[in-house]
Design a protein around this ligand. Structure first.
Ligand SMILES: Cc1ncc(COP(=O)(O)O)c(C=O)c1O
Length: 366
């Protein structure tokens, strides 16, 4: 049985007619730059995230970058985040001209460890970016406690956590602004590049809106040096169609995760954790085992898609050499990079497919 890591084709079959009709309507109207779909999606996404504002931008990396820029973060500022993330989190900090300070993760949630953040705060720390990795929210109260009375922003990289909850509140509403990616494989995904920022702050909203269109609030009047980072109207039309199904799809991911958990129980591996204060949305279903590479080989032989998120932590990437990370001691990050393995996860995953994956994992590790 061939099982892909992510199956976008099955989902498209269900959506095809609606997507084609929406494309036709948008193209017939020909209002394609920040048009009615972008506007509608922004208010629908803000509502979904329990935030006051949502601003559509070109992709998730731009969302992070514009969020930092809109907060005035730049040269001389330090931004604390994790090394165990997709490199875009760190690229955005560097693009803003700030200095990324990388700390270790909590081995249970795989997200930023507040205790490690406490050790790296300096007078130059302007922000912390909490990456809600794999679909599980970071410990926001823990971070807030560490920040205390200091003037430090708490930002969210929610690219992997659409609809995840922290103590009953949705990601995107948990700090001083959040960045989302709607890349192809995300829980809510465009059919191309797309991203968004959410926030509650009216002034921040206005600044991001200007920055995404060349720093202008009025046509051909430029208040800031900005960027070209509009959310595409056709992608917004797709996102609106899919957003209506996102809760249902996240529930399906959670059911799939439960079936995996039952099927893989009592093996010598670590299953994903959902803290009692969290609602995990399983962007990926990632297990940990010291026999990771052997298991990856067995899955490949059995026709089962899998991935390693992430084999090389950011502080070990060649792209970031020269930033003084050589001596960084991040033992939990290094351990995770050696052990993690993501199994197939998507809302349409069928029970018999999950059972087959579990069988292959049991045969290999059992
Ligand atoms: C944690 C994280 N941050 C940022 C991004 C960047 O998003 P994009 O690919 O839309 O630029 C991604 C996804 O690709 C991601 O997983």
């Amino acid at each position: 049985m061939e099982i892909p890591l992510v199956d976008l084709k099955t989902q498209y079959e269900e959506l095809r007619e609606e997507v084609m009709a929406a494309f036709d309507e948008a193209l017939t109207g020909m209002h394609l730059a920040l048009g009615p779909n972008v506007e509608a999606f922004e208010s629908e996404w803000a509502e979904f995230c329990q935030a006051r504002h949502a601003i559509g931008v070109g992709n998730g990396t731009e969302a992070l970058h514009l969020l930092l820029r809109a907060h005035g973060i730049g040269p001389g500022d330090e931004v604390i985040t994790v090394s165990f993330t997709f490199i875009a989190t760190i690229e955005a900090i560097l693009q803003a001209g700030a200095t990324p300070v990388l700390v270790d993760i909590d081995p249970e949630t795989m997200c930023i460890d507040p205790a490690q953040v406490a050790r790296r705060i300096t007078p130059n720390t302007r922000a912390i970016i909490a990456v809600h990795l794999y679909g599980h929210p970071a410990d926001m109260d823990g971070l807030r406690e560490v920040i205390g009375e200091r003037d430090i922003l708490l930002l969210e990289d929610a690219a992997q956590a659409h609809g995840a909850e922290y103590r009953g509140r949705r990601t995107g509403s948990l700090g001083n602004g959040a960045a989302f990616s709607f890349y192809l494989s995300k829980n809510l995904a465009a059919y191309g590049e797309a991203g968004a920022i959410t926030c509650d702050d009216d002034e921040l909203d206005a600044r991001v809106r200007a920055l995404r269109v060349h720093g202008s609030e009025e046509r051909y009047v430029h208040r800031y040096i900005g960027y070209n980072s509009r959310l595409d109207e056709l992608q917004a039309a797709v996102l609106r169609i899919k957003l209506r199904r996102l809760d249902e799809w996240n529930d399906a991911r959670r059911r799939a995760a439960q079936r995996y958990n039952a099927g893989l129980a009592d093996l010598d591996l670590t299953l994903p954790v959902e803290k009692d204060w969290a609602r995990h949305v399983y962007h990926v279903y990632t297990i940990r085992t010291r026999r990771r590479d052997e298991l990856a080989e067995a899955l490949a032989e059995a026709g089962i898609g899998h991935a390693i998120h992430y084999r090389i932590p950011c502080h070990r990437q060649q792209a970031l050499s020269g930033l003084g990370y050589d001596d960084l001691d991040l033992p939990e990050t290094e351990r995770a990079a050696d052990e993690v393995l993501s199994l197939p996860m998507y809302p349409e995953l069928r029970d018999e497919q999950i059972d087959y994956v579990c069988e292959v994992v049991r045969d290999t590790l059992g």
